[in-house]
Write a protein that binds this ligand. Structure first.
Ligand code: GAP
Length: 495
């Protein structure tokens, strides 16, 4: 029997502990839709909290938006999504199974497929006589497939009433830009942040949460002032990251990726826009310092010209080195220029520029967009944190995203140990900590249960606690235990 891969084990853990699992399991899941239950939701909420705190609350130049999922179809016509938001599709002539042509070519021929068009993919499929993975039937010519999920608004279900679920949260920000700019009383440069659902009718949703049909994005559209440079002093632009430039990929040097400083890439004009460099550095900083992802497993990669989205002048991805899958996109940071505002201005016939008091000029601002996929990051954080020690499974999640701050156990559920433990539990909750009371099973089993969901600290109340008003703290990652006065607990746990 084939042994389970690390990713299989993480997916199993998600099901076993009910973190997240396919939607409609009772029937036959549609594929690409997922439900998060208690601890999964807690981890997801903490990622959201950390993101909002870092990128909105702690700054003065970003305001929030919670836009509608369905917009006028004219938004999608203007943004170019109705025309350009496509993937190459091939269909089996016999069993009608559908595949993403680029994924098929990559998986079967082990080729880099970023940016290959339908013609090239069709040629490769024909030349190499690729067959249907399921029935070995012949494949039809590759064609374009639009990823927008369609619905109807109103009582008539025909194309006159067609509407689309948003494939990115960004467009509501662009469509609302002028309104928000007038309310927010912010001068350029400033950003608008939004966290919300996005939908894509992925041809073959795969890799669990990595490529779903319904997922959440955390996006910022940062509107630039042509004369204002980023606050370089505030962030470490000289931070070093493994980096792969478009030129190096063109030279076939993908394997020789070395550490470079973001500052150096900007000085050498590899990154063309100073604000793009700034936002790459900010995204990197948040992922590594706030979420705690392993730096060694991350790199930044510049898109080659043929893979750029229709709106982008330059894009860098922060990629993660996934077990079995290798490097894949985790976060995208794009220089969208003023493509979107320009398009909405043309299609709506409304002036979307803002008046700049300092220069007495109207500006249609250019935009840098850091775009984070929440579900993809959730899954990546779990993979990054997953460890096995003998029989034990641990999620070594950073404190900022662990589902609980601590768990409180009485050594046994009798002799007033339970009463004392509950007192401690209530006190910690009042101090704002996320904690859980747990008295079932042996202490060892309780530790194991909490190691598996990532609880960083377990607190045990024993007979000594009743006399000395203290307790044992056991740390998840080291397994070390220490004795702490109960009065010191909140401080010790960072409350
Ligand atoms: N507004 C820009 C935009 O949507 P994108 O690269 O298509 O750009 C941004 O998506 C991020 O959203 C990705 O880096 C990824 O984290 C997440 N994402 C995209 N498609 C996804 C999918 N099908 N399932 C899960 N996450 C996805």
């Amino acid at each position: 029997m084939q042994s389970l891969t690390k990713i299989d084990k993480v997916v199993n853990l998600c099901s076993r502990r009910g973190l997240v699992f396919p939607n409609s399991e009772l029937y036959s899941p549609l594929g690409g839709f997922f439900d998060y239950a208690h601890y999964g939701l807690a981890i997801k909420k903490r990622i959201v909290q950390s993101w909002w705190n870092y990128f909105v609350k702690q700054r003065e130049d970003i305001v929030g938006l919670d836009g509608s999922i369905i917009s006028s179809p004219r938004v999608w016509q203007a943004s170019g999504h109705l025309e350009n938001f496509t993937d190459p599709l091939v269909e089996c002539k016999k069993c009608k199974s559908r595949y993403r042509a680029d994924q098929l070519v990559r998986d079967e021929l082990k080729l880099e497929v970023e940016g290959l068009d339908e013609k090239t993919l069709a040629k490769l499929i024909g030349e190499h006589k690729l067959k249907c993975e399921k029935c070995k039937g012949e494949l039809a010519e590759a064609k374009t497939f639009n990823l927008m999920l369609k619905t109807h608004v109103g009582v008539v279900e025909d194309d006159s009433n067609a509407a689309f679920l948003r494939p990115e949260t960004a467009q509501t920000i662009f469509a609302d830009f002028k309104t928000i700019a007038s309310f927010a009383r912010k001068k350029l440069p400033f950003g608008i942040a939004q966290i919300g659902k996005a939908f894509r009718n992925e041809i073959s949703p795969r890799n669990f949460l990595f490529r779903a049909r319904e997922f959440e994005q955390m996006e910022i559209e940062f509107f630039l002032h042509p004369g204002k440079t980023p606050p370089f002093e505030k962030i470490k632009l000289n931070l070093k990251a493994k980096a792969l430039t478009a030129e190096e990929q063109g030279n076939g040097k993908s394997g020789s990726m070395v550490e470079k400083s973001v500052e150096g890439l900007l000085k050498d004009n590899v990154i063309a826009n100073d604000w793009l460099a700034y936002w790459i550095a900010e995204a990197w900083f948040w992922l590594t310092e706030e979420i705690g992802l392993d730096k060694e497993k991350l790199r930044i990669r510049q898109h080659v010209a043929t893979e750029l989205s229709h709106y982008s002048k330059e894009t860098w991805d922060v990629e993660y080195d996934y077990p079995e899958w290798g490097w894949k996109e985790l976060v995208g940071i794009a220089d969208r220029g003023n493509f979107d505002l320009q398009q909405h201005q043309t299609h709506s016939k409304k002036d979307l520029s803002v008046f700049d008091e300092e220069t007495k000029q109207k500006i249609l601002p250019k935009v840098i967009e850091p775009s984070f996929g929440l579900d993809r990051l959730f899954f990546t954080a779990l993979i990054d944190a997953f460890e096995e020690e003998g029989e034990k499974t641990l999620l070594k999640l950073g404190k900022s995203i662990a589902p609980l701050d601590c768990a409180v156990f009485p050594l046994m559920g009798k002799d007033n140990l339970d009463v004392k433990a509950r007192e401690v539990f209530e006190m910690l909750k009042r101090r704002g900590l996320e904690c859980e009371y747990d008295e079932s099973g042996s202490i060892g089993k309780r530790y194991a249960r909490h190691d598996e969901i990532g609880t960083p600290v377990c607190i045990t109340i024993d007979y000594d606690s009743l006399e000395k008003n203290d307790c044992t703290i056991r740390h998840r990652d080291s397994g070390k235990q220490e004795r702490v006065a109960i009065t010191q607990l909140p401080e010790k746990l960072g409350a």
